[in-house]
Design a protein around this ligand. Structure first.
Ligand code: HEM
Length: 161
């Protein structure tokens, strides 16, 4: 991440901190709305859970730009998530709920640049967690786009003069 983006994420996180309890509640509400199938995985106390989530995000924000320092914690956390029944596809849904919550919580401060910064930060962390817990990520959309370009430039065979 560029230093400017890191700064944007840090500055906007400071706006979320004073409303972190509401933000956590909003996040779970949104997550269970878009992914009701994950609700049974959460068995602990919701308020406590929200506080842990916010603490984890705080660590993420503080470590931005120094991802390698976060890796041991991210790996350990990701492996614990497997035991709770979390699957790779859930990271996408959690990311969507998180970005939605931030957009709501930040209001006018949620500019496209700010939201891209958050998406990048979550992408880095969740990518590291998924890689640690499940091995390599599935083929990306970029790989699919590549394949398409290659197909259209395939040489014709059986040409006659
Ligand atoms: C960057 C992504 C994520 C972060 C930073 C994160 C963070 C955390 C933290 C800090 C805890 C508490 C750990 C503890 O109690 O020791 C937790 C628990 C949990 N997380 Fe995540 N999480 C992430 C992604 C996900 C995803 C994708 C799911 C899938 C639905 C998920 C589901 C859960 C569940 C089910 C628990 C345990 C709940 C319980 O004890 O009842 N998390 N997470």
């Amino acid at each position: 991440m560029t230093p400017a983006r890191v700064q944007l994420v840090r500055d906007t996180w400071a706006l979320v901190l004073p409303i972190q309890q509401q933000a956590a509640a909003l996040f779970y509400e949104r997550l269970f709305q878009i992914a009701p199938e994950v609700q049974p995985l959460f068995r602990g106390d919701k308020v406590e859970q929200g506080a842990k989530l916010m603490a984890a995000l705080n660590t993420l924000v503080l470590s931005l730009g120094r991802m390698e320092q976060m890796l041991p914690m991210a790996r350990e956390l990701a492996i614990r998530h497997v035991a709770w029944g979390v699957q790779p596809a859930h990271y996408e849904q959690v990311g969507q709920a998180l970005l939605w919550t931030l957009r709501k919580g930040l209001g006018d401060a949620a500019t496209p640049e700010v939201m891209s910064g958050w998406a990048e930060a979550y992408g880095e962390l969740s990518g590291a967690m998924k890689a640690a817990a499940y091995g390599d990520a599935p083929p990306s959309a970029t790989a699919a786009a590549h394949a398409k370009v290659h197909r259209s430039s395939e040489a014709e065979s059986g040409e006659r003069s």
